[in-house]
Ligand binder design. Structure first.
Ligand SMILES: Nc1ncnc2c1ncn2[C@@H]1O[C@H](COP(=O)(O)OP(=O)(O)O)[C@@H](O)[C@H]1O
Ligand SMILES: [Mg+2]
Length: 495
């Protein structure tokens, strides 16, 4: 079948694909979330450390402004003493170390044991001693990265230059951030796995009916179109199953119609073939007899030819391109038909009614239909009897009639005669066999239906029959012919 899905394997791989994409998207979102969380947390701890440093500087300034030297009872006059006093009061936390420099040398250190001593690191001490303005910076110590600030202190009158060094060890805070992100990552992966599993199960439940639909569709063959999908519930999937079943029903109709058509056609063709064969098998040497057989065979062949033409026409009537629509002047059309049909037989041909309306229709097909009706009328009338053709409009309908004054049609035959291969009144009567195969009215009904119309029949047995093509005047009323065959002709052709 051309309509295979790309996945081929159906529901299962559709599920894998959908969930695969979903998981990929969610994973990307989670990774982005983790990266952003790590950044935000890191920036926040860095800001906290910087604030801590600034705060330490503020405290020192504050201390210098208010503290008194216990040795003199006066405000500090000595840098070394000021820093010593400050450090004696300071309570650094565990990730922090404070010490003072006086004249470039480490002097005092706040209580508490830092992760590593920085006042004994000559490189750092030298770097800090060179600083003359409050400065912050970073360095890598034995205990990991350090963020530090140096606050130089001078007191007027004291020649010593001092500095307070504050250093924050940032490794523990970074570790904290790391483990927070790690917890987030673990929770995310767990959530991802859970949602993946849940989606897998839900998708499986949602797709299961579709899978069942596909499996049934796979088992439907041309030969057993009577299979249907069992429908439960009334959700979208059930609606799909109903649609599918209706499609199967239409296919079955069309298929049955085609099969009936083929059966009928081959049955009808078998008769002339048998006749031809019989005659050819028995052909003798007598030239007169041979000539007679030849004429008979040619006659049968001509009948077959007409039959095949009619069958082709009927088959074609089901196709959307059957009609070649134009605006046509129906009165002109009827007059032309009248000229043509007068050659069919010596009858009293009349034009009963005309209209000045034009209609969108296929002139050739309408002529074909009228010729069939006229031929029938001729066959069921005697020479000299009246046959009238006329066209009139009734509301939004156009009606073209062929009325004869012949034998008429019995009520019980009126629906039947529109079927293929049915000839009323003389079943098994071979005398009329050469006249037609019983396809004429089926063709007329098909042409009417292709125009969105129908065939009406009025008849009084013994007094005559009137066949009317009843067509819509407006184009939008013309539907596409349905794809089923003549099985439904009856209903629409019913008078
Ligand atoms: N004008 C008519 N008067 C009486 N009977 C008719 C008329 N037209 C058709 N019929 C009946 O309808 C049957 C089917 O007609 P049709 O489909 O044209 O097939 P065919 O002409 O090949 O017999 C005819 O055999 C005939 O019995
Ligand atoms: Mg006919």
């Amino acid at each position: 079948m051309a309509a295979r899905t790309r996945s081929g394997a159906g529901g299962l791989s559709a599920r894998t694909r959908i969930i695969g994409w979903m998981m990929l998207l969610v994973t990307l979102a989670l990774v982005a979330e983790l990266v952003i969380a790590a950044r935000v947390l890191t920036e926040r701890t860095e800001a906290e450390v910087d604030q801590e440093l600034v705060h330490e500087g503020d405290k020192l300034r504050d201390y210098a402004a208010r503290a008194v030297d216990p040795a003199t009872g006066e405000p500090y006059q000595d840098v070394r003493a000021l820093l010593a006093g400050y450090l004696a009061e300071a309570v650094p936390n565990t990730d922090e170390t404070l010490f003072s420099l006086v004249d470039g040398q480490p002097a005092h250190r706040a209580r508490s044991e830092p992760p590593t001593r920085l006042d004994t690191d000559p490189t750092f001490v030298a770097r800090a001693a060179a600083i003359v303005r409050p400065t912050s910076g970073t360095l890598t110590s034995a205990a990991g990265p350090v963020r530090y600030a140096v606050f130089p202190v001078r007191i007027a009158g004291d020649p010593d230059s001092g500095a307070l060094v504050v250093a924050e060890f940032t490794a523990p805070a970074a570790e904290q951030v790391g483990s927070t992100v790690q917890v987030l990552a673990v929770v995310s992966v767990a959530a991802l796995a859970l949602s993946g599993m849940a989606s897998w199960l839900i998708a499986g439940r949602v797709l299961a009916p579709i899978r069942a639909l596909r499996l049934t569709a796979d088992t439907v063959h041309e030969s057993d179109l009577d299979q249907r999908i069992s429908v439960s519930g009334n959700d979208d999937v059930a609606a799909l199953a109903h649609t599918f079943n209706r499609m199967l029903a239409r296919l079955q109709d069309a298929f049955n119609g085609q099969r009936a058509f083929l059966d009928d056609a081959s049955h009808e063709l078998r008769t002339p073939i048998t006749v031809i064969r019989g005659h050819l098998e028995l052909i003798g040497d007598d030239p007169v007899e041979r000539a007679r057989t030849l004429t008979l065979v040619l006659d049968e062949l001509q009948r077959m030819n007409r039959l095949v033409d009619d069958l082709m026409l009927l088959a074609k009537a089901e196709r959307p391109d059957f009609l070649n629509l134009h605006q046509i002047d129906v009165t002109d059309l009827v007059m032309e038909v009248l000229t043509k049909v007068s050659a069919l037989g010596n009858r009293y041909w009349t034009l009963s009614e005309v209209t000045d309306r034009t209609v969108l229709a296929d002139g050739q097909r309408l002529t074909q239909a009228l010729m069939q009706l006229a031929a029938n009328a001729v066959r069921h009338t005697e020479p000299g009897q009246e046959i009238s053709i006329g066209v009139r409009t009734v509301a939004d309908r156009l009606r073209i009639s062929v009325a004869d004054t012949g034998t008429g049609i019995a009520p019980e035959d009126r629906a039947r005669i529109f079927e293929r291969f049915t000839r009323a009144g003389h079943r098994g009567d071979q005398s009329r066999r050469s006249d037609g195969a019983g396809l004429g009215l089926a063709i007329v009904a098909s042409i009417a239906r292709a125009h969105g119309g129908q065939v009406l029949l009025e008849s009084t047995p013994g007094k005559g029959a009137a066949f009317t093509l009843d067509l819509p005047l407006t184009r939008n009323a013309i539907p596409h012919p349905r794809s089923s065959y003549a099985a439904t002709d009856l209903a629409e052709a019913r008078p």
